[in-house]
Write a new protein. Structure first.
Length: 227
């Protein structure tokens, strides 16, 4: 198997380099690249950058240059207070990009165009670790409190990030298997976001999230290989 791991946010990538200080870093036009021997697996790591533009561009770059048979995106997401708990890992089955505003035509049609369903039939029925299967919505912004009721009513969403929707759309276009595991680093609700104005909290939670995701990663890879 030739797995490729994309890490999106700068804070997430910083934690990876702290976890594995001996990584030999190479450079590409889009981000840093390294290789990691993680138990029985040889992984290529790629820092894809934050936001939909970087996420889409780097996903296509990785597919074109490395031809991975499995693309993996690990990272954080923000959860909606009362809908999900901090630390919950989401195994993403569906994505949609919700910050599309179409005023000349059908806005719902525009959002549906960039929505993706991930084929996870290659994963075992018994997952190696507990994870919440479901939807993750994406936008090029942190969660806006006023958007939450709409996201719940329209899509039954529980969490949001910046990049998953773009990565999923590109992977599907290229018929590339994709595993997205995002853990809730912080919550946003009617009183605002617990990390808003407190970026140190986000950084601390990101360390916890990324350590756990990389601790679990060998188990996920082993589950894939056994199918």
């Amino acid at each position: 198997m030739n797995p490729m791991v994309i890490i999106s946010a700068n804070a997430e990538w910083r934690v990876v380099k702290e976890l594995y200080p001996n990584l030999e870093i190479q450079h590409s036009p889009y981000g840093e690249i390294s290789h990691l021997e993680l138990e029985a697996s040889h992984l290529t790591l790629f820092h894809g950058g934050w936001g939909k533009i970087s996420a889409a561009a780097t996903a296509q770059y990785v597919i074109d240059h490395f031809q991975p048979d499995l693309l993996i995106n690990l990272g954080t997401c923000g959860g909606f207070t009362g809908r999900i708990e901090t630390g919950t890992i989401i195994l993403v089955e569906r994505t949609l990009v919700y910050d599309i505003i179409e005023q000349m035509g059908d806005g719902a049609e525009a959002i549906q165009h960039y929505a993706s369903s991930l084929d996870l039939s290659w994963l075992p029925a018994n997952l190696p670790y507990p994870a919440l299967r479901g939807l993750l919505v994406s936008a090029d912004r942190d969660i806006v409190v006023e958007d939450i009721p709409m996201l719940i009513e329209k899509y039954d969403a529980v969490a949001a990030d910046w990049e998953s929707g773009a990565i999923a759309w590109v992977a599907k276009k290229n018929n590339t298997r994709l595993l997205i595991l995002r853990a809730v680093s912080d919550l946003v609700g009617g009183d605002g976001g617990e990390a808003y104005g407190n970026i140190e909290l986000f950084h601390e939670r990101t360390k916890i999230v990324m350590r756990e995701l990389f601790r679990q990663l060998p188990g996920w890879l082993s589950a894939v290989e056994k199918i």
